[in-house]
Design a protein around this ligand. Structure first.
Ligand code: LP5
Ligand code: MN
Length: 241
C-alpha cells in the first residue's frame, strides 16, 4: 500500500555514529517502498556551509541520492541547525529544498509541514536570534568566512544555546497554541506535521471550529521516529536503529 514518510531532528554528526548507522539503515529499509520521504529539518547537528569537507556529509548525500535513484523523491525543509544547507548539497543528495512552510495534498488530505521552530513564539530570545541569522546578508557574510572560523562561531552558538536553554521554562520551548491555530487556519488545513520540540505525539485540537490534528516527530536519540501518512491514517512510529 502506498504511503509517505516524514522524519526530523536526527542531528547527525560524527560524534553519534549509531544515529548515522540507524539513518543509513532506514534509507535502505523503511524508506525504500514509499511514495516520498520528507525531512523536516535538523537532519544535521549544525550546518556551516555546503563547502564543509566533513566526510559524513558526502556519505549522507550518497545514501540519499541512492534512494532517489531507487525512485523515491526526497524533500527537505530547513531546521534551526541546518538552515544554511544549500543547493550544492541538495544537488549532491538529490533532495529538493522546500520553503519553511509547505502545503501537501496527500491521499486526499491537505497537510501542512514545517520544522516547527516558528511556532515557538513564546521563546522570544530564540525568535530574536532566528530573525538575525535568517538575514540573507549576514548568511552571505558568514559563508564567506574561513571554515575554521565558521566552526568556532557555530560552537559558540551551540554553547550559547545550551546555556540559554538551561534557564528556560520547558513550556516556553514548546509551540504556542495560537501560533499553531493561525498557521493551520492560514493554510486551511486540518493536519499539521512538524518536529523541533522533540515531544513526539499526535495532538487533537480545533481549528476554525473543526477537529484537527497536530503530529509531532520525535528526535533520533536511541531510536528512530517517523510519521507515516497513507490514505487511512497518520501514524507516529518509533523504531529501533
Ligand atoms: O538548537 P537547540 O536545540 O540547542 O535550541 C534551539 C534554539 N537554539 C538555536 C541555536 C542553534 O543551536 C545554533 C545552531 C548553529 C548553526 C550553525 C551556525 C550558523 C550560523 C549562521 C550565522 C548567519 O537554534 C534555542 C531554542 C530551542 O531550540 C527550543 O526551541 O530555545 O534558542 C536559543 O537558545 C536562542 C537563545 O535564546 C539565544 C541564542 C544564543 C546564541 C549565542 C550566540 C553567540 C554568538 C557568538 C558569535 C561570535
Ligand atoms: Mn530544531
Amino acid at each position: 500500500m502506498s504511503h509517505t514518510l516524514f522524519i526530523a531532528d536526527l542531528h547527525l554528526c560524527e560524534e553519534e555514529p549509531a544515529i548515522t548507522a540507524g539513518f543509513l539503515a532506514f534509507l535502505r529499509r523503511e524508506a525504500r517502498q514509499v511514495d516520498a520521504l520528507y525531512i523536516l529539518g535538523d537532519l544535521f547537528e549544525a550546518w556551516i556551509g555546503d563547502d564543509d569537507p566533513n566526510p559524513l556529509h558526502a556519505e549522507i548525500a550518497a545514501a540519499l541520492d541512492a534512494l532517489r535513484l531507487a525512485g523515491v523523491p526526497c524533500y527537505f525543509i530547513h531546521g534551526n541547525r541546518d538552515f544554511l544547507l544549500g543547493q550544492r548539497f541538495a544537488a549532491a543528495s538529490g533532495m529538493r529544498l522546500l520553503p519553511q512552510e509547505q502545503l501537501l495534498n496527500l491521499y486526499g488530505r491537505r497537510i501542512l509541514i514545517m520544522h516547527g521552530d516558528t511556532l515557538c513564539t513564546d521563546d522570544e530570545g530564540y525568535q530574536r536570534f532566528r530573525r538575525k541569522v535568517h538575514q540573507r546578508w549576514l548568511q552571505k557574510l558568514f559563508l564567506a568566512l574561513p571554515l575554521a572560523l565558521r566552526q568556532r562561531i557555530a560552537l559558540k552558538m551551540r554553547a550559547g544555546s545550551k546555556q540559554a536553554n538551561r534557564s528556560k521554562d520547558v513550556a516556553i520551548m514548546d509551540v504556542n497554541a495560537e501560533a499553531v491555530q493561525a498557521a493551520m487556519s492560514r493554510h486551511q488545513v486540518r493536519y499539521l506535521i512538524h518536529g523541533h520540540t522533540h515531544r513526539p505525539a499526535i495532538h487533537s485540537l480545533t481549528v476554525d471550529g473543526r477537529p484537527a490534528e497536530r503530529a509531532v516527530l520525535g528526535a533520533w536519540h536511541s531510536e528512530g521516529s517517523m510519521i507515516k501518512v497513507s490514505a487511512d491514517e497518520i501514524r507516529l512510529i518509533a523504531f529501533p536503529f
